[in-house]
Ligand binder design. Structure first.
Ligand code: 13P
Ligand code: SF4
Length: 355
């Protein structure tokens, strides 16, 4: 069980110094001084309230380096939320992440610091859409990406993240399924199907009659991440021309063409691990831009090509100011109907089992 997070918070001076050291060259000192005060207040309140703060890898660098008890990708943070002994879970990430934590902890208070931190994937599919697909492809198991709202998960058989999509799909293929519905990210579904050498169609776009009866096929949905879909092969080629020694990493929410043109594809955790464990002359990331700053801060001996053109406007909602406000006012609380919690728990539990 995770019960060891509530250690004594550092003094304001110690926290400010730690932040100045880890964010050197990334965040100017005057900004750190202001943010360290907010972070210090958050840390005091967190202890007083027996709260745990989970920070997604896309959080802005000063927040990422100061208040979370745990940082990671959506799979890691879901697993941690399932085991915490804290009374209050503050999810510094987007709303669907808070919902997943609530399904796993129905009796705890789960807060997301902004109620406007959505996600283009989660907003691109409804429970009714899933019911429609199930009627269209009877018997096909439904895998939903964790980037969905709980009512969609409640209609699903399995959930997955980009960290275990391959394993979940393989698990179903090994059971002999020939049709697997994989929602809603068209690119993640297509990239994962290609990795496993199985066919792919997009429901409502491609001709369903063209699916060969005896060959496994993944059925996807016509929705993409509004950030990752903007990266192009030309962007990758430009980085290669300018930085020929750079290893280029991309999140699998990028298009299959972009994934083909980069060196490594993986979840945000896989990217962190790669940068930590390999020794390339330089790294370039095709993902949400805070990751570059966070990796540069975490691994100062690594050279990162950093750009900040593509920031997720949803992740960007989560600030230190709102996190402090959230703890003070116990807002924004994630609430879900009991029947949805009961139905969504099974696919989420399966996601946590297949890792
Ligand atoms: P990870 O699961 O890789 O952390 O990604 C979540 C996400 O929202 C990517 O855009
Ligand atoms: Fe959603 Fe894309 Fe933002 Fe991730 S980066 S939270 S998938 S909109």
């Amino acid at each position: 069980m995770i019960g060891d997070v509530l250690t004594q918070p550092p003094s304001l001076d110690a926290l400010r110094e730690r932040m100045r050291e880890s964010l050197k060259g990334i965040v100017p000192d005057f900004e750190i001084d202001y943010k360290a005060e907010l972070a210090h207040q958050i840390n005091l309140l967190k202890k007083e309230m027996n709260a745990v703060i989970l920070g997604h890898n896309y959080m802005e660098p000063a927040l990422y380096q100061s208040v979370p008890d745990y940082v990671g990708d959506s799979l890691q943070l879901s697993a941690i939320s399932a085991e915490t002994e804290a009374d209050v879970i503050v999810f510094c990430g987007v709303w669907f992440m808070g919902e997943t934590a609530k399904v796993l902890n129905p009796k705890k208070t789960v807060l997301v610091p902004s109620n406007r931190a959505g996600c283009s994937l989660a907003e691109g599919i409804s429970a009714k859409d899933v019911r429609g697909l199930k009627a269209q492809f009877p018997g096909a198991p439904v895998v939903t990406y964790v980037n969905t709202y709980a009512e969609v998960k409640a209609e699903s058989d399995y959930c997955c993240t980009s960290g275990n999509a391959n394993k979940v799909l393989k698990h179903l293929l090994d059971q002999g399924h020939k049709r697997i519905i994989f929602l809603p990210d068209q690119y993640l579904a297509h990239n994962t199907a290609r990795e496993l050498g199985v066919g792919f169609i997009t429901a409502g776009i491609d001709d369903h009659d063209s699916i060969p009866a005896d060959q496994p096929t993944v059925i996807g949905w016509d929705v993409r991440c509004e950030v990752h879909e903007l990266f192009t092969v030309e962007d990758v080629n430009n980085v290669r021309r300018q930085y020929p020694d750079a290893v280029i990493l991309a999140h699998p929410e990028c298009s299959p063409e972009v994934i083909d043109s980069v060196d490594i594809s993986g979840s945000t955790k896989a990217m962190v691990d790669y940068v930590e464990q390999t020794d390339a002359p330089m790294y370039a990331l095709f993902t949400e831009c805070s990751m570059g700053d966070n990796l540069a801060a975490q691994f100062p001996h690594r050279e990162m090509v950093r750009s900040c053109s593509l920031r997720c406007r949803h992740m960007n909602q989560i600030t230190l100011e709102d996190t402090l406000d959230g703890l003070r006012k116990l807002q924004y609380q994630v609430e879900l109907p009991e029947d949805i919690i009961a139905l969504a728990k099974k696919p989420i539990d399966r996601m946590l089992e297949i890792r």
